[in-house]
Design a protein around this ligand. Structure first.
Ligand SMILES: Cc1ncc(COP(=O)(O)O)c(C=O)c1O
Length: 514
């Protein structure tokens, strides 16, 4: 299965190659790219600098003794190398990216343009605050929108990702419980939760107690209530949950959590399904992070910058991390230290105010959509997912009955006895020109395939995707396993051993011996 060769070579099992082999190893105008070190010509350089004057050793013998081993390349070689690499990258700007739980939607170029305005992009984080009143006002306005959309009185903007927001939220919960002299030990987390939820609870020193799902894919309320007790610090619930379903009993769940003296944390990473339609505060939520990079369309994926602000109820607001922006006698002022109203703050989680570029993009997105436009975002996200559910439900298998929210979950029952696995099916989509959906998550569904089309895909785009998925499902049922075995066959690389790649990554190039 782990075939590192290019598709154009004849597969080892002797089956016919999918296309003609080439003399060069390149395919069409797709170049088989060598590592930059393999292109090295010692002594070659892209710049022409005069020899440096002799220098006086001032490092007490720590000076470098030999060359540092950078590859020698000309400027055109470097440009071509990185251009060709960038062309191998698949991105939301290339096509549909239906990765469930990731909200890979179009990032309006207006956001990008505004984020690049010199007055915003060139601010130095150490600039005196008195020189950046506009930036402070922008941050304050973003906070206002987030408070309005969530119905919460406070928002902490500095967390740099969803997981970081979770850490922030549970730290405020811990601080509030400690302040009332009631430290507790357990945090309840549904089995379907994103892995960051239990990880966050554990990182904050809590024992994680898993709550099962019921046959409808929602939290089993009876099991949850049985687990609630005086040692429970919080429930961390995702709504809509990771099965793409709304937790319809959320108000009753919130009441039960509060009766037990615990806090109700909501993972709001899926807020794009309900933004402008529901205010989390009205559901009894005490604390909720939002993924600006998902809901409010800032570019993400591949480890790019994120932003995970946390909306806080009044009981948790005093513990919000520093810095705080407050309206003072001289306009917007920053409280940077644990003093005055911020005496109980949990401290700092991030340098400065957070991810300013993400703030600008998210606020541009909000203001250009307006409140009615944001409501429509949620409606269209839910409509698109249900469109695919209706288009594919008879061809694939759906684990839970009824409509979904912003993403639709399938399982692998439709592949039973075909010899095709969920992984094979997803990889075959690559050959068809579609990025796969999220697979094997959430864990509570066997062979899960989680499809999140997002609101920015057109009906025509969804139809093309649905037609390909249906054709693949029919091929699997017809016994055409060759199409799936080892797929993708047409990508620059065949299927990789993902376990080995994760467990034994080769991150360092070493010259061949000799
Ligand atoms: C439900 C859920 N919770 C938490 C996260 C973590 O967010 P991040 O990747 O920004 O840390 C995600 C990621 O998309 C998510 O889908």
């Amino acid at each position: 299965m782990n075939d590192w060769s290019r598709a154009l070579r004849v597969p080892a099992d002797g089956s016919p190659a999918l296309s003609e082999a080439t003399f060069s190893g390149n395919r069409g105008l797709q170049i088989e790219e060598k590592l930059i070190f393999e292109q090295d010509a010692p002594g070659r350089c892209g710049v022409d600098l005069p020899e440096p004057p002799p220098f006086r050793a001032r490092l007490g013998g720590l000076e470098r003794q030999g060359p540092i081993g950078l590859p020698g390349l000309s400027e055109p070689q470097v440009v071509r190398h990185f251009t060709r690499l960038s062309q191998k990258n698949y991105a939301i700007d290339s096509g549909l990216y239906p990765l469930g739980s990731c909200s890979m939607k179009h990032n309006p170029r207006l956001n990008e343009k505004l984020a690049r305005l010199p007055g915003l992009a060139d601010i130095h984080p150490l600039q005196p605050l008195s020189t950046v009143p506009g930036a402070l006002e922008l941050i304050d306005t973003l906070a206002h929108w987030l408070k309005t959309l969530t119905g919460m009185p406070a928002v902490a903007l500095s967390p740099a990702a969803g997981a970081h927001g979770e850490l922030c939220g549970i730290m405020t919960v811990r601080a509030a419980l400690e302040a009332r002299g009631d430290p507790r030990r357990r945090v309840l987390v549904p089995e379907s939760a994103h892995g960051t939820n239990p990880a966050t609870a554990a990182a904050c020193g809590y024992q994680v107690d898993a709550v099962p799902a019921d046959p409808r894919g929602r939290v089993d309320r009876a099991a949850l209530e049985a687990k609630l007790g005086p040692d429970v610090a919080a429930l961390m619930l995702t709504n809509p949950n990771t099965c793409g379903l709304f937790e319809g009993e959320i108000i009753e769940i919130a009441a039960a959590v509060h009766r037990a003296g615990a806090f109700f944390y909501c993972d709001g990473a899926n807020f794009n399904a309900i933004v402008g339609r529901v205010r989390p505060s009205d559901l009894g939520i005490d604390c909720m992070h939002l993924n600006l990079h998902k809901t409010f369309s800032t570019p993400h994926g591949g480890g790019g910058p994120g932003s995970g602000p946390v909306a806080l109820a009044a009981a948790l607001a005093p513990y919000a991390p520093l810095p705080w922006l407050v309206h003072g006698a001289h306009g917007i002022e920053a409280i940077e230290h644990k003093t005055g109203p911020a005496a109980a703050a949990i401290g700092r989680l991030k340098g400065f105010h957070g991810q300013m570029g993400m703030f600008v993009r998210a606020l541009a997105y909000m203001m250009s959509h307006g409140s009615d436009g944001l409501r429509q975002v949620a409606e269209d996200a839910v409509l698109n997912a249900n469109y695919l559910r209706a288009a594919l439900g008879d061809n694939l298998s759906v684990p839970f009955p009824g409509p979904c929210m912003h993403e639709v979950l399938f399982d692998d029952r439709f592949l039973k006895d075909t010899g095709v696995t969920t992984l094979d099916f997803a990889k075959a989509l690559i050959d068809e020109g579609f990025h796969p959906m999220t697979i094997y998550f959430p864990l509570i569904v066997h062979g899960a395939m989680l499809v999140e089309p997002t609101e920015t895909e057109s009906k025509a785009g969804l139809d093309e995707f649905a037609a390909v998925v249906k054709a693949l499902a029919a091929a699997a049922r017809a016994g055409d396993t060759a199409r799936f075995r080892g797929a993708p066959a047409l990508a620059p690389r065949r299927r990789l051993d993902e376990t080995a790649a994760a467990r034994k990554p080769v991150l360092r190039w070493r010259p061949a011996a000799g």
